[in-house]
Design a binder for this molecule. Structure first.
Ligand SMILES: [Mg+2]
Length: 283
């Protein structure tokens, strides 16, 4: 099995050579499978690796478990609502809230604050179920408090940021309300490592529509000056590859194993060795 992977890596390297530099290659061929666990076993860490000027991480479900925090927070709000309205059932709340969230899917590009988005959602929820909106502010506070309590950095996240901090500059590029993402970085104790937080909310543009490009313009970067790491094919990997930026798909739940293979890692502890492999493609 390791032989197959080594063969796969050699084939990728040959293709890279044939196709010119890796940015052009990745732009043309974003589909490249590397099993990072096997790389750990095959290749010791390189001593002289020139890191890109910036490494940009996605935040939610890449550096911390957003799904867990948001689920915990909304369950807390449901309990508060049920305390005020003992006859309302959990499944009624869940189903109404899910519908509202679906109808409001947004990369948060209209510049509002996080509590305004929450107010909109909770207000619609209470209206839909014909419940009193008097306690709305306390539900929003309850959500924020519970969300912050439940923020959990992924295993290895702080160690990874700390190690990279000595080698490059770290940005977080996120589709979310700027104030909420700032608080998350603070609560997760990641802020000291993050030199720039760029959000769709503040820049008023989604990742698909040019957020990575906006950051490159702000910092005067070429594609090879930046590496993107994120958990979404659609929002992190494809938009950055389109610009010729190398990227690593973080896929802890192996969601994308049966789809198009990518340069990827299943655990944050594998990221350093994957980075060293892909920057070495240029040498
Ligand atoms: Mg994400």
């Amino acid at each position: 099995m390791l032989g197959d992977i080594k063969g796969n890596l050699d084939a990728v390297t040959d293709l890279q050579k044939k196709n010119g530099n890796s940015e052009e290659y990745l732009a043309k061929n974003p589909i490249t499978q590397i099993n990072s666990h096997a790389i750990d076993q095959l290749h010791p860490l390189q001593e002289h690796v020139s890191y890109p000027k910036w490494i940009a991480f996605d935040l939610d479900d890449t550096l911390h478990d957003f799904k867990h925090a948001s689920q915990t927070a909304i369950n807390h709000v449901f309990k508060l609502i049920q305390y005020d309205n003992p006859n309302i059932q959990t499944n009624e709340l869940q189903s109404a809230y899910q519908k509202i969230c679906k109808s409001l899917v947004t990369p948060f590009v209209d510049g509002r604050q996080s509590h305004e988005y929450r107010m909109e959602r909770f207000s619609l929820l209470l209206d839909t179920l014909h419940l009193s909106k008097d306690p709305l502010a306390s539900y929003i506070d309850g959500y924020e408090y519970s969300f912050n309590q439940a923020i959990t950095p992924y295993e290895g996240a702080i160690e990874l940021l700390s190690a990279l901090n000595n080698k490059t500059q770290i940005a977080v590029i996120s589709e979310g309300p700027h104030d909420a993402q700032e608080r998350t970085l603070d609560t997760a104790k990641m802020k000291p490592y993050v030199k720039a937080l760029i959000t769709s909310n503040r820049e008023r543009v989604s990742k698909k529509d040019g957020l990575f490009q906006r950051f490159m313009e702000q910092e005067n970067l070429k594609p090879e000056d930046l590496l993107v790491i994120g958990d979404s094919l659609e929002s992190d990997i494809l938009p950055s590859n389109k610009l010729g930026i190398k990227s690593i798909l973080f896929d802890p739940n192996r969601k994308h194993q049966n789809g198009a293979p990518q340069i990827r890692a299943e655990h944050l502890s594998q990221i350093l060795s994957v980075i060293e492999k892909i920057v070495d493609f240029d040498k």
